[in-house]
Design a protein around this ligand. Structure first.
Ligand code: ZN
Length: 129
C-alpha cells in the first residue's frame, strides 16, 4: 500500500472526529499487520505529513490534511467510476483502495470532470471536500 492510502485513512478518521490514529486502528481499517501500520505512520511523520506521538499515534499537520483530503476525493471519484461499470459500493471501495496511489494527475482531472458534480460517492460520503 502506498502513502496515499495511509493519508486517506488518517483524513477519514479526522472527518469522523478522531485526530490521532494509532497503528491498531490503521491495521484494522486496511487489514494489515500492526507493525506494518506503525511503520507506515512513522514514515508519514518522517515525510512531514504530521507528527508521531509515542504511545498515542499519528496526527496530521496542515500539509497532511491537504494531501489526505485530495486522496480521499480521488478515492471517492474512483469509486464512482467503478460503480458506473457495475461494481457494488463495497467492491468499488476495495478496488479504489488498490489503485488510488497510482492514478496520474491527468486521470484524476478526467475523473473530476466526470463525477465531481455528484454530491456523494457510492457509499454515501461527500465528494467535494
Ligand atoms: Zn465511498
Amino acid at each position: 500500500m502506498r502513502e496515499e492510502t495511509y493519508l486517506r485513512i488518517a483524513y477519514m478518521a479526522l472527518e469522523e472526529g478522531r485526530d490521532i490514529i494509532g497503528p491498531s486502528f490503521v491495521a484494522k481499517e486496511l487489514g494489515i499487520s500492526r507493525p506494518a501500520a506503525q511503520e507506515a505512520l512513522l514514515k508519514l511523520a518522517e515525510k512531514d505529513y504530521g507528527d508521531y506521538i509515542a504511545g498515542k499515534g499519528f496526527k496530521l499537520n496542515v500539509r497532511g490534511v491537504e494531501k489526505g483530503k485530495e486522496v480521499t476525493c480521488k478515492h471517492r471519484l474512483i469509486e464512482c467510476l467503478f460503480e458506473e461499470i457495475g461494481l457494488e459500493a463495497e467492491e468499488a471501495c476495495r478496488e479504489a483502495t488498490r489503485i488510488e496511489g497510482f492514478v496520474s494527475r491527468k486521470a484524476f482531472e478526467k475523473l473530476r470532470e466526470s463525477f465531481y458534480h455528484r454530491d456523494h460517492c457510492p457509499c454515501g460520503k461527500e465528494i467535494r471536500l
